[in-house]
Structure formats: C-alpha cells, structure tokens
Design a protein around this ligand. Structure first.
Ligand code: CP
Ligand code: NVA
Length: 306
C-alpha cells in the first residue's frame, strides 16, 4: 500500500538507477554492513511488508530479502506458484493490484522479463526484479559492493566475463555502462549476449571467443553456470560448447596479479570454474554472497524509506 505521494520507483534493471544512485547504494550497503556487524538495531522499515514471488528456485535471493526485511523491522512473505492463485492462472495484472494493496513492495523472480514489467505496470508499490531470463540486477549491487570494498571504485578497471551471454552477463553490461568500466565478454559462438544489450552498451564492451586474450590485464574475472534455470534440457549441448570456457588457475594467471574472482553462485566446480579457483585466494564469492543481504537492504531503504 503506497500511502505517500512519493513518485513510484521500480528496480527492474540496473538502468532504473542513475550512475550516482548506483554509487550511493553501494556506499550505503557498506555502511549497513558495518551497522549489522556491530549488532546495532536499525529498523527503518518497521511494519513494512515485502511480498516475494518465486517462480524459480533460490537460496541467496530468498534468504537475503527475508533476513533483510526482518533486520529492518519489517516482514517478508514467500509466495510460490505451487500454492498461490498465480500458479493456477490468475492474471499477473490482478495479482499486482491485489498484492500491492496489501504490501509495501513486491519482489519477483521469474522467466520472461515482460512478466516483471507487467507486474510493475499494475502495481502501486515498488517492484524489484529478483532475476529474469534477461537480467539479474540485485546480484550486480552485491558484486559491485564487493569490488568497491576490496579494491575501491571500479571506474576505469577491466572486467572479464567468461561463459554464457546470459542474464548475469547482461547485468554486467549495464554495470559497465553505469560505473564506467571496460567489460570483455569471452563466450563461444552462438552464446553471445542479446543484441539489444550489445547496442545499449557497445562503447563499454568487447566480445571475443578468445578467453586467454580477454582475461589479460583484467582486474576481475567473473563467470556463471553454463546452463541457467530453465535451460536444464540443454545441459549436454552446453557442456560441449563451453568446454574451453572454464576459469582455471592458468586463466587467472593471465589476469592482473591482484585480480579478483566472482561467481553469483550456485557454482558447478569442474564446469565453469575449477575448485582451486573458487576455493582459492583470489575468490571473493562468500563476501559476494553475503553482500546480497547488505546491498538489497540499501535498495529496500532507497525504494521504501526514501
Ligand atoms: N545468486 C543467486 O541469485 O542465488 P540464488 O539463486 O540462490 O538466489
Ligand atoms: N544465470 C543463472 C543465475 C543464477 C543466480 C540462472 O539464471 O540460473
């Protein structure tokens, strides 16, 4: 229930933020992390309710939003298609009207990005995209927070994406444009990012099939699963196509000496990343995962508390 006259803001892609807002969310997330680690009680969202629709599986996204709302003094409701009317075909427009009349914010994880857009169109409260087939903007808030914490501002740095031109890759492309870093995308032929994202971010990205060349002089190496949720049937084809796109210690050596490794998780050791890289010294995946909590708390505060 939107009881204020504030202009309604949604977070469907990273480009819903200005570069300035993105940087200030990162800084706020770092502050909120300190507050949380000190054990201070901070409840800016007392009595606020977040509805969370999950049409795909999740560990991090669900737990970070649910814990974040509880720590902020609010409440989160987990909704799965299995036991809501959405799963029995109630129109998204009707669900949006009803949920937004009873809650203060709606988070949704689903397949088609258009579904999130439709939900936002009919919602009277902010809608947050918790992952679609196209983008995963919440993850980028956490990834960028992690980079800033470890190395400072990412402006002017070089990031290499290894693997599928998928939802995570698209959000990295948006981040490159907003935060002004160079993004090398090393992917096999036929698995490039979508054209509309290439056109939107063309001045900040370079696409190649040469992983080693792409990784040279990089400050951050990032990868993701070869088959995303919804692509389970393509697993075998993808294993063949991505065979040479594993992040190995050798690949990490071609990057800068102080390069970091990130992965949004869940990871498949022995596929997109070798165990010695993800469990090694350059990997910051556990900070990255924890930062989902802090970064999304900064987002919730921005959207709901002003
Ligand atoms: N990285 C991420 O979004 O994880 P979950 O699928 O566990 O939410
Ligand atoms: N690309 C992956 C990300 C999971 C967090 C997927 O969509 O399944």
């Amino acid at each position: 229930m939107n009881t204020t006259n504030k202009t309604l803001r949604h977070f469907l892609t990273l480009t819903d933020l200005s570069a300035e807002e993105f940087r200030s969310l990162i800084n706020r997330a770092i502050e909120l992390k300190t507050i949380q680690h000190r054990g201070e009680i901070f409840e800016p969202l007392k009595n606020k309710v977040l509805a969370m629709i999950f049409e795909k599986s999740s560990t991090r996204t669900r737990v970070s939003f649910e814990s974040g709302m509880a720590q902020f003094g609010g409440h989160a409701i987990f909704l799965s298609p299995r036991d809501t009317q959405l799963g029995r075909g109630e129109p998204i427009e009707d669900s949006a009207r009803v949920l937004s009349s009873m809650t203060d914010c709606i988070m949704v994880r689903t397949f088609a990005h258009e579904k999130v857009e439709l939900l936002a169109k009919y919602s009277s409260v902010p809608v947050i995209n918790g992952l679609t087939d196209e983008v995963h903007p919440c993850q980028l808030l956490a990834d960028m927070q992690t980079y800033f914490e470890q190395r400072g501002d990412i402006k002017g740095k070089t990031v290499t994406w290894v693997g599928d031109g998928n939802n995570m890759c698209h959000s990295y492309m948006h981040a490159a444009k907003l935060l002004d870093f160079k993004l090398n995308i090393a992917c096999p032929e036929g698995f490039e990012p979508q054209q509309e994202f290439i056109l939107e971010t063309r001045d900040f990205i370079e696409i190649t099939q040469d992983v080693a060349a792409a990784s040279a002089n990089s400050d951050l190496i990032v990868t993701d699963v070869w088959a995303s949720m919804g692509q389970e049937e393509e697993q075998k084809i993808r294993e063949r196509a991505f065979r040479n796109y594993q992040v190995t210690p050798e690949l990490m050596k071609s990057a800068n000496e102080d390069a970091l490794f990130m992965h949004c998780l869940p990871a498949h050791r022995g596929e997109e990343v070798s165990a010695d890289v993800i469990d090694g010294k350059q990997s910051v995946v556990w900070d990255e995962a924890e930062n989902r909590l802090h970064a999304q708390k900064a987002l919730l505060e921005f959207l709901l508390a002003g």
